[in-house]
Structures are given as structure tokens and as C-alpha cells.
Design a protein around this ligand. Structure first.
Ligand SMILES: [Zn+2]
Length: 201
């Protein structure tokens, strides 16, 4: 087989959840595209780091600097919803029902994949809440209802549920009702997410 073909298939396999067959399908689909479109594709990938970055406050995607949520002064500054990934944040934003702020952890605790609490943005979360002083802050845990998500949720409860954080005004809630165990926020429909937000406890 053409080694160039194999090389580019290998590149696509670097993406999460893409196996060799799907990677090959991607490459074959791209071969049908006009030259111009491929050039645009390549340019967008090449400039990715220059043009898109993570918000330095909540780690949402932004075009350099603060993200649109953090820049929006009308957002409820006393609510911080903690998600694993930017795609989870997007799912909740799409419901249009949540008016607070976010914190994106960058994953969930899963030691088998090398994801320990230290690799997540928990230190940044603690610093961020610390800077808010003694205002009342609702920390809404919205990790996924699967093993890694639950482990992360327990960890957050242990750390931020401590007496010292409570004294600072931090109280914890958790999205729960309606989310079936083992599911993923990213693929949860809006009505279920709305219920999970409304009935958090
Ligand atoms: Zn932000």
C-alpha cells in the first residue's frame, strides 16, 4: 500500500476514538475534496494554536484571552459549574438555561489513563475560588455519571466540602436527576440536562 496513505491514516489515528478503519475512511473522503478545500483544512489545522486557545480563567475555548462566558458581565458570578470537557460545557450552553460561570477540568480522574487529580485543573479551581474572597459560591459538580466522573465528583466533594472552604462560603451541588448512570453529558439531550440543572442538590 502507498506509504503516504499509511502515514496520513496514522495521523488521523492520533485523534481520540479514531481507529485504523475510520482513519482510512477519513483519508479516502478527503481524497474526494477539491484542492482548495484541502488547503483550507490544512491551514486551519496549522493555525490552530495561534488562533484558538483556552480561556485562562475557566479553560473554555476562546480566541485568545477570556472566553465569551467569562467576558459576559451578566453571568451569575456566584455559580461555578465544573465540567470535564469543553464539549460538556457546550452541551449545557446549548440549553440556554444556565447563567453562571464554568470551570473545565480537562478530563476526569482515571489512573489507568494516567489522569490523576494533579493532571486536572483542580489547583486552578482552588486558586480561582480563593481569589473570590468570602463570597457565597455555589460549586455545581457536573462531571459525567460514569466511573471516572463519579471518582472526580467524590474527590471534589472531599476537597471543596471541607470546613475551611465552607467557611469561605463555598457550597456544593451536583447535577444528578435524570442523568442515567454510565451516560455522557456530551450526548445528553437538552430536556434531560434542563432537569438535571433544575433539580441539582
Ligand atoms: Zn472563560
Amino acid at each position: 500500500m502507498n506509504t503516504k496513505f499509511k502515514d496520513i491514516v496514522k495521523l488521523f489515528q492520533k485523534l481520540p476514538g479514531v481507529g485504523p478503519r475510520q482513519a482510512a475512511r477519513f483519508v479516502i473522503a478527503l481524497m474526494d475534496k477539491p484542492e482548495e478545500e484541502l488547503r483550507e483544512f490544512g491551514k486551519a489545522v496549522a493555525n490552530l494554536r495561534k488562533e484558538i486557545s483556552f480561556c485562562p480563567v475557566c479553560f473554555n475555548i476562546s480566541d485568545n484571552g477570556l472566553c465569551s462566558v467569562c467576558l459576559d458581565g451578566k453571568r451569575d458570578q456566584a455559580k461555578l459549574l465544573v465540567v470535564e470537557k469543553v464539549t460538556d460545557l457546550d452541551s449545557i450552553e446549548r440549553t440556554g438555561l444556565y447563567k453562571g460561570l464554568y470551570h473545565v477540568l480537562g478530563g476526569a480522574i482515571n489512573p489507568l489513563d494516567g489522569l490523576t487529580p494533579e493532571t486536572l485543573r483542580l489547583k486552578e479551581l482552588a486558586e480561582r475560588i480563593g481569589k473570590l474572597g468570602d463570597k457565597n459560591i455555589e460549586l455545581i459538580i457536573a462531571t459525567n455519571p460514569n466511573t471516572a466522573g463519579e471518582t472526580t465528583s467524590h474527590y471534589i466533594r472531599e476537597v471543596f466540602g471541607s470546613a475551611s472552604w465552607r467557611k469561605k462560603g463555598v457550597y456544593l451541588t451536583r447535577l444528578a436527576r435524570g442523568l442515567s448512570s454510565g451516560s455522557n453529558l456530551e450526548y445528553t439531550d437538552e430536556i434531560t440536562l434542563k432537569n438535571a440543572l433544575d433539580y441539582r442538590k
